[in-house]
Every structure is written in structure tokens, then in C-alpha cells.
Design a protein around this ligand. Structure first.
Ligand SMILES: C[S@@+](CC[C@H](N)C(=O)[O-])C[C@H]1O[C@@H](n2cnc3c(N)ncnc32)[C@H](O)[C@@H]1O
Length: 478
């Protein structure tokens, strides 16, 4: 199994196809669950031939329904899973019946069984969820991993603007930590001592306030070295990502790096393999890279894969990694476009390192599929990117030009699966050039076929700039 790899696809299929038994040291998963009702960035296109898997549609929808696939998976669990798991799932079916929740738990159960298979004997699994389903997931994990391997229920506590409601404000997520066996990779983390404790103990000049062997507190041992603090509690106060934070990449469900940093540091060592099978915009992957771990990420949308690719390339310019499941030739690109136009757009944008723009909501057409940024004499400037998988014509070039003007962008890139006509090329040339601050000329509108991009053609612009540069500085600090 190759490492430092992103897989596009349903994690169940990917795990079964590519992952040997006991090959991963740490798994962090943050699956979707009704957390974002407006997560409908995608919807099934009419007339696409129904090639999408139910898991794929559901992932975009972020809602779960009992379908024939749920029934099939449930039966597979009954036939193949250990008795404890079968008993639990059957009891749940009797108690809650074949409803949306059971559909969700069935989807999770089959994947958690597979994740346990790929976890090494010394490995840990962290399941990130919220109070909607954490109580069900905990009994499911008890059945799969054995309740003796339950290690922690971590509360990630945060603050955000409160909503008006007749409840206490819900301001925490739950992270369930399980080990595969009693022997588990573990690095104790510490948190600063309370000011009052430090004062009583004579400032922070005490080494190891806790004896690492006995875990007991050593009082009054003043060595002149700084205290490590107290062993970290299971309630973690970590702020949500601020709107202006450097690490923000614009993915709705993005988790803070500080959270992943604790998990990865505590439960893996340098060189270990970290897997995130629902990797979103790649927080676990990026933090694993920064901390010198090897990593694997899986996601079912090209939006996520596109963002992670950008995030990694910008923050670790020297990095080598591979992506499995993306089109590698024209036929593959055509198949993706037939399957789902939005998946195709997100993937195509990554061919020019452009960032997807906003969410695809039904009916909203801004004429912008993505933005590409470049540096002109110290100022960041942008190009509008438009992606077409269907028929193309000269009116689309005029439209792109109008969008470039409207957005006060400098350039426009037109990415097309079909070959552009001579009239389209002429119309693009007719819009002239962008002149940078050094007097260099760049065609204002640039047309690319997907085939050309697959053959490494790239936009002609001043120096491209990355969007997610937060790690570079952090990494160089060590
Ligand atoms: C809550 S987000 C994860 C966010 C991530 N922790 C981060 O910081 O960006 C869940 C992700 O799981 C992906 N997903 C949902 N179902 C999936 C499946 N069956 N296989 C792979 N990925 C899936 C979604 O596309 C989404 O990006």
C-alpha cells in the first residue's frame, strides 16, 4: 500500500480494495451526520444514467434514508460480522426500526468493521461525532472494538454566536477514542497548570509535577526547569476556526488543526501511518504531514480532493503525494462529466490549481466555477475560471469576458472538454491582453481543452500564488 496518498471514492470500496489488514497506526474519522442541512452542494443530475453510488449521493445530501442499499448492507452485517455486532444491530433494528437513524448506523457499522480490520494491534481510532448520534455510536464501537478498549470520550468545547432557543446552547462535539488492544501507542500530552497551583508550588520552576512512573504528584521538587503541566484532560477548549484564520480553506465542516494536532501527537509517532477515511479538506492529512507522519486520505467528492491538493501544495512545496481515482485521460474525464457535472468541474479546476468558487446550489449561476490567483508586483490578482463539459460556443466567451469585467478580475480561463471553435478562439484573442506591472503581456482570455491540461499545458500568468500558506511558516519553526 502506497502512503501519502489521496483516494477519491467511497471509503468502503477503497478500504476493501487497497488496504491490507493491520496497516494503519491511527484513524481519525469525522463522518457527516445531519450536521449541515444546507450541505446540498450537489444534487443528482437528471438524465445522468444513475451511475452514482447511493453513498455518494447521500454524502452530498448529508441526510440518511433507509434504501435497498441499507437493507443489503444490513444483511451483509448479519451474515459476516461478529456475533456481538449482529446482536446489537438486530436489537437496534427492533428498537428503532428501519428508519434514517438505522440507515446511518448501518452505513457506519460496515465501515467501522473495515476500519478495525486495517488498524494495527497498537493502533487507535478516534470517531468525531456530535450529540445527535454519539450515544448510538458508542455502543456500536463497544460492540466492534470491545468495551474494554474504550479509552476516552473527549469533549471538544467551543464558543460561537448563540442561537435563540429554549435549550442550553449546544457547544461541543464528542470524540470517541478506542484502541484495538490493551497495548496502544500513547504519548502523554500536558496542559498548563492553573495559575493558583503554580503560585502554591513556587512558580513554574518544578520539573515533572507528575511522576511519569507512578502518575503521582511530586511536590516541591524544584529543579529550575519548566513544569510540563498537568496531564491533558478529556475536555478540550479549542476555538472554532475564525473567519479570518490562515488555516481556513472554506470547507464548511473543516476542523481546527489544533484539535488534530493533539490527536496525532498523542496516538502516533513520527513515521507512523495516519488514515482519515472522511477527509474533507484534509485537516488530518495536513497536520500529519506537518508532524512527520505518513498519511492516507479518502473522500467521495472532487471538491474535497481539489482543496486538499491545493492545501498540501501550497504549504509543503516539496511534498510528493499521489491521488488515486482521478481521471488520467480524456476518456476518464468524459466518463466523470457524464456521471456528475459538478464532480467534473471540481476536478477540472484542480488541473490549473484553481480554487472552486462557493457552493453549487440549484439555479444559482454566477458564471464562475473557480478562481485562480497570481502575484503581480506584490499584489494578489485573480482570474475567473469557467469549466464546460457540454457543447461550447462563442457566446460563452463573451459571457466569460463580461464576468471578468463584473468581478474586476484581470483574466479569464475557459476550460472545456469539447474542442473550442475557431470563432471562439478569435473572440478570445479579440479581448486583448493583461499587462502586468512590469509591462509583460498575457492573453486576457485563455482557452484550454481538458486534453491539453492533461498534457501539462498551464495558464500563462505572472507567478501563481497559493491560498493555504499557513503551514509553511509553522513547519520551518519545527
Ligand atoms: C464532516 S466532513 C470531514 C471534514 C474534515 N474533518 C475536515 O477537517 O475538513 C465529511 C467528509 O466525508 C466525505 N464523505 C462522506 N461519505 C463518504 C464516503 N462514503 N466515503 C468517503 N468520503 C465520504 C464528505 O465528502 C465530506 O468531505
Amino acid at each position: 500500500m502506497e502512503l501519502n496518498r489521496l483516494y477519491y471514492g467511497d471509503n468502503l470500496t477503497i478500504l476493501r480494495r487497497y488496504f491490507p489488514d493491520e496497516s494503519v497506526d491511527l484513524i481519525y474519522l469525522d463522518p457527516p451526520f445531519n450536521s449541515n442541512a444546507s450541505y446540498n452542494i450537489l444534487f443528482k443530475e437528471p438524465g445522468t444514467g444513475g451511475e452514482q453510488s447511493a453513498a455518494q449521493i447521500t454524502a452530498f445530501d448529508d441526510t440518511w434514508h433507509w434504501t435497498s442499499e441499507s437493507e443489503q448492507t444490513f444483511q451483509e452485517i448479519v451474515k459476516t460480522a461478529p456475533a456481538t455486532v449482529v446482536n446489537l444491530m438486530t436489537a437496534l433494528k427492533d428498537a428503532i426500526h428501519r428508519n434514517d437513524l438505522l440507515a446511518y448506523l448501518t452505513m457506519m457499522c460496515i465501515r467501522l468493521l473495515e476500519l478495525k480490520r486495517v488498524l494495527k494491534q497498537t493502533g487507535s481510532l478516534y470517531l468525531h461525532c456530535d450529540p445527535t448520534a454519539s450515544h448510538y455510536l458508542k455502543i456500536l464501537l463497544d460492540a466492534i472494538f470491545g468495551k474494554e478498549n474504550f479509552r476516552n470520550e473527549i469533549i471538544w468545547s467551543y464558543r460561537r454566536w448563540p442561537a435563540k432557543q429554549e435549550n442550553f446552547q449546544r457547544m461541543h462535539d464528542t470524540i470517541l477514542r478506542y484502541s484495538k488492544t490493551e497495548k496502544v501507542i500513547w504519548n502523554q500530552l500536558f496542559e498548563p497548570l492553573a495559575k493558583s497551583t503554580l503560585k502554591a508550588d513556587g512558580g513554574n520552576k518544578i520539573l515533572n509535577v507528575f511522576d511519569p512512573d507512578t502518575g503521582k504528584r511530586i511536590r516541591g521538587k524544584k529543579t529550575g526547569e519548566k513544569s510540563l503541566g498537568a496531564p491533558l484532560r478529556d475536555v478540550w477548549e479549542i476555538s472554532v476556526i475564525a473567519p479570518t484564520a490562515k488555516e481556513r480553506v472554506g470547507y464548511r465542516t473543516q476542523k481546527p488543526e489544533a484539535l488534530l494536532e493533539r490527536i496525532i501527537k498523542a496516538s502516533s509517532n513520527e513515521g507512523d501511518v495516519v488514515l482519515d477515511p472522511f477527509c474533507g479538506c484534509g485537516t488530518a492529512v495536513a497536520v500529519a504531514e506537518r508532524l512527520g507522519r505518513r498519511w492516507i486520505g479518502i473522500d467521495i467528492t472532487h471538491l474535497a480532493i481539489n482543496l486538499i491538493k491545493g492545501r498540501l501544495k501550497d504549504n509543503f512545496p516539496e511534498i510528493a503525494f499521489s491521488v488515486v481515482g482521478e481521471p488520467v485521460d480524456l476518456a476518464g474525464a468524459e466518463a466523470l462529466a457524464r456521471q456528475n457535472r459538478y464532480q467534473f468541474q471540481w476536478w477540472a479546476l484542480s488541473l490549473v490549481d484553481a480554487r472552486p468558487f462557493g457552493d453549487k446550489k440549484k439555479g444559482a449561476d454566477t458564471g464562475i466555477d473557480g478562481f485562480y490567483y497570481f502575484n503581480d508586483g506584490g499584489t494578489t490578482k485573480k482570474a475567473v475560471v469557467s469549466v464546460k463539459s457540454g457543447k461550447v460556443g462563442v457566446s460563452q466567451i463573451r459571457e466569460l469576458n463580461a464576468v471578468v469585467e463584473r468581478e474586476k478580475a484581470e483574466m479569464g480561463f475557459f476550460l472545456t472538454l469539447k474542442t473550442p471553435t475557431a470563432a471562439m478562439k478569435e473572440a478570445a484573442t479579440g479581448e486583448g491582453f493583461y499587462l502586468d506591472s512590469f509591462g509583460n503581456k498575457y492573453p486576457k482570455l485563455q482557452l484550454f481543452t481538458i486534453e491539453e491540461l492533461l498534457n501539462n499545458k498551464s495558464p500563462d500568468t505572472p507567478q501563481k500564488v497559493g491560498l493555504f500558506e499557513s503551514y509553511r511558516a509553522k513547519k520551518s519553526k519545527g
